[in-house]
Design a protein around this ligand. Sequence first.
Ligand code: NAD
Ligand code: MG
Length: 387
Amino acid sequence: MKQRLTILGATGSIGDSTLDIVARHPERFSVFGLSAHRNIDKLLEQCLRFNPQFAVVGNAGLATQLAAQLKSAGSRTEVAYGEAALIELAHATQCDTVVAAIVGAAGLAPTLAAAYAGKRILLANKEALVMSGGLFMAAVRHHGAQLFPVDSEHNAIYQCLSTRAGVEKITLTASGGPFRTRALDSLAEVTPDQACAHPNWRMGRKISVDSATMMNKGLEVIEAHWLFDMPLQQIEVLIHPQSVIHSMVSYVDGSVLAQLGNPDMRTPIAHALAFPERIAAGVAPLDLAALATLSFERPQPERFPCLTLAIEALRQGGIASAVLNAANEVAVEAFLSGALRFTSIAEVVAEVLERIEPSTVHTLDDIRVADARARRLAAAEIAALTI
Ligand code: NAD
Ligand code: MG
């Protein structure tokens, strides 16, 4: 029987790569649901090509437009909109696998819904796990969901962590982003387009900025902590500019297992889609002789303050990582719209983290309240900085 997929965030970079693999293996996969926030032109194309039962968009107006276009093209795909519809889609009994590829906090509720429904979850939306860590993992366990990391580092670790016996540490590799060697005193001047021009990966704009600040690696440390139940002291970050080693696991006997491949998200997505089997992903074979050199360096804290802030938030625990995430989302958006300097992203996050007192998380509401408060404080901080 075919694996029936729902892709939340189908029109993004991860959504694209997922559908590329689906198209290569029509005998294995069928598409039950697709979602997009605003890009209904692309969603229309995807619906006509993959024929899902449901499509979900951001608001009523877009839903009406898309429904009319689908109907006139002879499609039977039904259209809904809003968070409730995303949650329903993630829950639906007619789908086996939910690909969580919405960017940011907007993915939290539907990704959690997939966990409550006991789905096979392909997790790209790291922000959801960063925000809700303990609650999310408890929901996965209690409802028998299967969680497969799509983030390339975590997928690599998943592949190298065949046994939990004797694990000494895990090493998350990082490219260092576009500003790894740029003069520190020129960082305040970088533009959104420069920040989004990642040397190795083509990704959405938010994660591209996070890669440039290395907040992305900080979020990934938090993600790894929850996914692999790994204490912070056993998680290391290493810059590896070629992005060929996607991460490593070190064992007490001196063995280090690494997963290698070209930087192409179709590899981890195909791994997670087909597990325990393997399927072709259209990725070019790795040519180590042509690469010739793989290099490594430690991240400098003065260049990447966001990495330190994320680690600090994980150390604090409770609501701190949700606060960090919310402040970062607001600051990145402000940077992308030209309202904040690149170097002020870290300043805003630091200030918000400092102003919200630590507190434990008992319910999803605790997270929502902390998220909303951090967003308000971040907005006020940005306004103060730009006056
Ligand atoms: P993207 O910006 O390309 O796509 C985001 C998707 O989410 C789009 O389909 C968009 O319509 C949808 N979306 C945006 N805002 C929304 C909202 N408010 N409500 C509902 N849907 C919304 O992003 P991406 O690069 O594909 O990243 C998606 C997620 O995967 C992120 O959490 C990112 O950190 C993670 N991730 C991405 C990559 C990558 O290579 N792109 C790698 C690892 C992890
Ligand atoms: Mg990653």
